[in-house]
Design a protein around this ligand. Sequence first.
Ligand code: SF4
Length: 368
Amino acid sequence: MNLSIPERSEYLKILSDSDQKIMGVLPALYPRELLWAFDLHAAEIWDPPGDILHANAHLQTTICPVVKKSLEFILKEPDVINTGYLFPHTCDSLQNLGTQVKDLIGVSLPVYTFYNPKGSFNNTTTKYYREILQNFQSMLEVSYGTLDSEKLQAACLLGHRIDSRLMDIQEARQTDRLLLGNQEYFQLMRAQEYLLPKDYMSLLEQVEILDQPSEGAKARILVSGILPPSPQILDFLDKLGVSIVADDLLAGSRRLPKFPMDPPDSPLDYLTDRFFILPPCSTRGGDLDERLHQLNKRSKSSKAQGVLFDLVKFCEPELFDHRLLVKTLREQKIPVLTLETELDSHLSGQDKTRIEAFIELLFEMVPR
Ligand code: SF4
């Protein structure tokens, strides 16, 4: 299947030339519907391309490349970001970066923060989440006028449609009813980082979901980490006949509710409920047993034979969970491979060999 997915920088340039208000949003969880209701487009910044030249002067050497690349991008004061930056509280590194950009480095645009609660659903965390949503709304109202409640309702309905379609696509992926290779599948997933929601919805509607499973791949894996593996790794896996049938990625399924929600009735309730039914994630300080349970469940439903951890170098939240996840999966006799990425476009010979050896092992296994 050949999907026509617009290229990120060209698409954003066309939008900004047409006077669309665009906010640069750092990873990972934020109330996108609230931005949409103010006619603000969220352009997410995870791993912008280009060498790191100036950011290093502001950061410790042991900071992850997501933060380094994002700062390099921000320092260039790109034209496409024309209304400000939003820093959700994903991890300490991003929180510090937000403070630095706002108070020390200084950029000409406003800098907003959104302090997501850590921990699970309870009266205190839900009350807190509702409060920060309302505070964020008030902050935006200072610049963009009183929120139109009908627009917020419409934005939540659109967000709900996108979630529902993504869940269908994810389910089709797990059951071999999608004619997309690894590269194309993750291009589709990542297009939500920069397409207008209505354009993203149209793109999702073009995806063909088969009634019956197609011929399965030679091996099936689940990938876990922050971002999907690099295009080079995805291409290599495509060539080896390996399908990534499920994911546990922060930029992927960890941002999609665990189960379908009812269409929104009250936007505030809907946004709050949605946040607390996201899958467990290292960046929200969730229970590790719950994360293991979710990984197992997803591996079983997708018949994944092994797990590939693609860890961003120096990512503390992920490293914290990783050791115990690997230990437990190995005890369950599930093959595991861990790679470390600096988000460059190079696939080393050593990584190629390790991937090949891992896949050989999966080829010899009977699918679960
Ligand atoms: S890669 Fe990890 S440490 Fe870096 S910004 Fe993301 S969550 Fe934070």
